[in-house]
Design a protein around this ligand. Structure first.
Ligand code: ANZ
Length: 969
């Protein structure tokens, strides 16, 4: 890089003064202070008790828990984009330490996951070996940045002492149920007690005492917050595993690897996150999170208010979910999802009289038509099925149901645009109000009845409509009738919202339906057919009943297996079944255990799935608090100290959590769910894990491509007259991601070698507001290096290396310097508090420049405060200068300077206000005031108002900032 970038080499040239701040000096200073911090435990945050107890004075201070989304230890190591957030939290943590807080700041590793396993499959290296090597590499890269982490608190999710507790939490979740009345999780034993006493009925008419053990297990499985089920799951043969909905892309492929994903029935573990849908929604309000993330969570949870409506059919009924019961009079047909369990039941042997050819799909019987259509639908993903532009397909099942509001016979279809996993898997179709229904109705020649009066001038003749009209800001028409109950209802003339209320009341009164709330959120599919994850603490007895291991058997360590690769299949073959790597270790799988449940030693088979890689990040904030506790998840007093609810808020949690916006619905939703379960069960005091969330932007980089479109090494591209050349050939330039594959990755190591970590930190923080993405420009880094050189020069004589400051009494410092100093102190304080690091650096630069320009030695007290301002941003050079200024202790725990307000207010100028040429008032205004503002201020002035005595104004002449002349009417 330095060969092609003369600007970068200039400041480190050999003719520099002997004690100039150079890259070599930065390297020496930085290494020395990093060793010092490690040796002194400078960043150790004391707990109120336990093995990390410490300085009671520090413990007595208000706490701040500042956290990053911990990294996955990737083999590629870090590029300069990765540490953006880590540097930002580090600056914040340092600032909070200097403003009187006990700050917990550390970093662990999220180390289970697919990449290490896939690497293992390719190379034969055990995932633990490669993961540990990657962690070592990343740790040394991170150490070089001078991050003030409490290393005693660091861990990796693959440590058995850590995943012991991940497994323990799984057991808590398995051993609890959601009490809908109390609106919280409770131990499953309390449910069993209710069944035993008869306070709660068991389904069917048998008592709890009459059920077999296996039947009881089944009943409890319907309540447990972690349960196994055969529900259709996202099966990805290409990865050899099933995936959570959150891991499937919008076009129905795996987020990782981009393989097709199919719906398949497999017995899998699930987490009943849907029990918490309401609380996950409601509790968002009090969180200090970016609105965009809250919105994504709200949409993902997808709360819809509507109604369930029963359509009678053959003495039975089909229940639909609709958000628009007000449109019931426009329901002219019904659709069942192809997988709907009632389809067969209602499908008759022959087509009823008068069935149109277009409805039969060309089949001789309804059963044949339905079977053929089902097979076709099974080969498509949900997303393909819902694609908007797609032609609507389906077949008539040969039966009619009755619309309960008017007794009309409506034909029933199966069609793949209705999904089994949403609502009830059945809909009433309202072609006039719903676009998909409109398209289907046109394709199958079904009636389209206008029931909401269009407000856009299209008229009520639906045959001329281009699209459906479902507006909420309209009135209902053509909607009166008498239902099967004999009770009439009319909605005509009502606005939609009122019509919804009236029809819902009617449905409830006549027993035809009820108001209901539906959620888009599904339970969380929690098992993976992979090796590199936490084993489940579950064993199965000979009947196949699942039993939890007792906590004393944890951790259940991941066994060695000969072949830990998953079995992958033909990615396009949906009919395969996964084979888990753990199942190949028969010795581990088949065990004789005494579970301590009074049944004595028995033979069991272990669960051979592993947990998804999201498990480890669901609770890691808690482990940082009490990282070595082998007795409890976390000591309650320590948890309360760091995470306890704060005044005025319903929850506590981490004070600042920084990470990428891509985790909106995966990690951030799962972690909130686990927190709530742990809270309900009394293990933690905050129902929310992260009070304040901040999403940092991305560091982008230019991608240079040659004539063939192939990326060329960015570092070797030269710029000439606004064009770019690689080895003499002209190349194109576009802003993109940074990474190895695009040949534009810049590593922090390179920049640290070239300029030092302090310069890198300053540059990353100065690039722009933290939440905005910004392009990396290696050539611009030198600007921050020069700032540090000037800072150094303002305190140290470059030729002698001696301190160059002057001992001047505060009263003898010139007013301009004091003003520059206090303004900087005031501004930097506010900016660091508000995480506006770029403007904080601008203010430090301004003060530093002022001191350079002022010439002569800098007053010691000013230099000291300047160093303190810089300390959170560039901690190494700050430590060095602080030491040179004669202080024995580290700058890390010094007090951040406080501004004297007298010097902070802007200078003012006196503006004269005249009326008809006579001076009537004088105003103190900012020199930069605009004509408009000055005119307003003058006209509002009491003396001016009095002098005008209510007279109108003909003209105002303004010469900001000094003169206003008013001419009355
Ligand atoms: C009648 C109706 C009339 C509807 C109208 C909409 C507009 P959200 O808001 O996302 O909850 N629906 C219900 N279950 C479905 C399923 N399993 N697959 C596909 N579509 C389904 O959407 C709820 C609406 O989506 C429901 O309200 C239903 O169509 C449809 F003018 O019922 B509606």
């Amino acid at each position: 890089m330095s060969e092609t970038n003369p600007a970068a080499t200039a400041p480190v040239s050999a003719d520099a003064a002997p004690h100039r701040y150079t890259a070599a000096m930065a390297a020496e200073i930085e290494a020395r202070w990093q060793d010092f911090w490690d040796a002194e435990g400078t960043y150790a945050a004391p707990n109120p008790k336990g093995d990390l107890a410490g300085d009671p004075e520090l413990v007595a201070k208000p706490k701040k828990f500042i956290m990053d989304m911990f990294p996955y230890p990737s083999g590629a190591g870090l590029h300069v984009g990765h540490p953006l957030g880590y540097i930002a939290t580090d600056v914040s943590a340092r600032f909070q330490r200097m403003t009187g807080h006990n700050v917990l700041h550390t970093l662990g590793f999220d180390a289970f996951g697919l990449p290490a396993e896939q690497y293992a499959v390719q190379t034969g290296t055990h995932p633990r070996v490669s993961t540990e090597a990657n962690m070592e590499n990343m740790k040394s890269q991170l150490r070089r940045l001078g991050l003030g982490h409490d290393k005693r608190r660091s861990f990796a999710t693959i440590d058995p002492e850590y995943y012991k507790w991940t497994q323990w939490i799984f057991l808590q979740i398995f051993n609890s149920w959601y009490d809908d009345e109390a609106k919280r999780a409770r131990p499953i034993a309390e449910l069993v007690a209710q069944f035993e006493s008869g306070a709660r009925g068991v389904r069917g008419d048998r008592s709890w005492g009459e059920l077999t053990e296996a039947e009881r297990a089944d009943v409890l499985g319907e309540y447990r917050l972690a349960y196994a089920s055969d529900a259709p799951v996202n099966w990805c043969p290409g990865l050899g595993t099933v995936l959570a909905n959150e891991e499937v892309t919008a076009d129905g492929r795996s987020e990782r690897g981009n393989f097709p994903v199919f719906k398949s029935k497999l017995r899998q573990w699930n987490m009943r996150i849907t029990a918490y849908a309401d609380r996950l929604l409601d509790d968002l309000d009090a969180l200090d999170w970016p609105e965009a993330i809250k919105l994504q969570q709200r949409n993902w949870i997808g709360r819809s208010e509507g109604a369930r409506v029963d359509f009678p059919i053959d003495g039975e009924r089909i229940t639909v979910f609709t958000t628009r019961p007000d449109t019931l009079f426009g329901a002219t047909y019904m659709v069942l999802a192809p997988e709907h369990p009632l389809v067969e039941k209602f499908t008759p042997d022959a087509w009823p009289e008068g069935t149109r050819d277009a409805w039969t799909g060309g089949h001789a019987t309804p059963a044949e038509a339905v079977a053929a259509y089902r097979a076709q639908a099974a080969s498509k993903s949900d997303v393909e099925r819902q694609a908007e532009a797609k032609d609507k397909t389906g077949v008539f099942i040969g039966a009619y149901a009755t619309n309960p509001v008017n007794g009309e016979r409506v034909p029933v279809f199966v069609a793949d645009y209705v999904l089994m996993g949403y609502g009830t898997g059945a809909i009433m179709a309202v072609p006039a109000g719903d676009q998909r229904d409109l398209e289907f109705a046109r394709a199958f020649e079904l009636p389209i009845r206008c029931i909401v009066e269009p407000t856009d001038g299209r008229g009520t003749d639906t045959s001329t409509w281009e699209d459906a009209f479902g507006s909420y800001d309209a009135k209902i028409i053509n909607s009166a009738g008498t239902g099967s109950s004999g009770e009439g209802v009319t909605l005509d003339g009502l606005p939609v919202v009122e019509a919804k209320e009236r029809i819902t009341e009617w449905l409830e009164r006549t027993g035809a339906g009820a108001g209901t709330v539906n959620f888009r959120l599904r339970d969380w599919l929690f098992s993976r057919q992979r090796y590199w994850g936490e084993p489940f603490p579950i064993v199965y007895d000979e009947d196949g009943t699942a039993h939890p291991l007792p906590a004393s058997m944890l951790p259940l360590e991941l066994p060695e297996v000969e072949d830990y690769s998953p079995r992958t299949f033909d990615p396009d073959d949906a009919d395969t079944e996964p084979e888990t790597p753990l199942s190949r270790n028969e010795d581990w799988v088949n065990v004789t255990l005494d579970l301590g449940d009074g049944r004595g030693p028995r033979k069991y088979r272990r669960e051979t799935n592993t947990m998804p890689n999201w498990a480890g990040s669901c609770w890691y904030e808690l482990r940082y608090l009490d990282p070595h506790n082998s007795e409890r998840l976390v000591d309650p007093e320590i948890e309360q100290y760091w995470m306890g609810p704060r005044e005025g808020l319903p929850h506590g949690g981490v004070d600042l959590y920084v990470g990428g916006a891509e985790h909106a619905v995966l990690h951030l939703l799962y972690a909130r769910f686990w927190s709530k379960v742990l809270f309900d069960l009394g293990h933690v005091s905050s129902a929310e894990p992260f009070h304040k969330l901040f999403n940092q932007g991305m560091i982008q980089a230019y991608v240079y491509r040659d004539g063939r479109g192939i990326a060329v090494p960015a570092a070797e591209v030269e710029e000439r007259d606004g064009a770019y050349y690689y080895q003499g050939e002209k190349v194109s330039r576009l802003l993109g991601k940074m990474g190895k594959s695009l040949k534009n990755a810049v590593t922090p190591d390179e920049i640290c070698a070239e300029y030092g970590a302090d310069t890198l930190r300053l540059y990353e923080m100065a690039m722009g507001p933290l939440d905005v993405s910004r392009p990396w420009d290696t050539r611009a880094v030198v600007g921050q290096f020069r700032l540090l050189q000037r800072l150094w020069r303002n305190v140290v004589d470059e030729n002698t290396g001696e301190l160059s400051v002057a001992d001047v009494a505060e009263g003898d410092i010139d007013a301009d310097t004091l003003r520059a100093l206090h303004k900087a102190v005031d501004g930097v304080r506010q900016d660091l508090e508000g995480m506006r690091f770029n403007t904080a650096i601008a203010k430090v630069t301004e003060l530093n420049n002022h001191l350079t320009k002022a010439g002569g030695p800098v007053p010691r007290s000013v230099a000291e405060r300047l160093v303190l301002l810089v300390a959170p941003l560039a901690p190494h050079v700050a430590e060095e200068l602080w030491r040179k200024l004669g202080h024995e202790s580290s700058v890390v725990h010094e007090d951040f300077p406080v501004a004297d307000p007298a010097y902070v207010v802007d200078e003012t100028v006196t503006c004269v206000v005249q009326i008809k040429g006579k001076v009537k008032a004088r105003l103190e205004v900012a020199p930069s005031i605009s004509d408009d503002d000055l005119e307003k201020a003058a006209l509002a002035d009491e003396k001016v108002v009095a002098a005008l005595g209510g007279a109108g104004i003909r003209k105002v002449i303004v010469r900001a900032p000094k003169l206003v002349n008013i001419v009355p009417a």
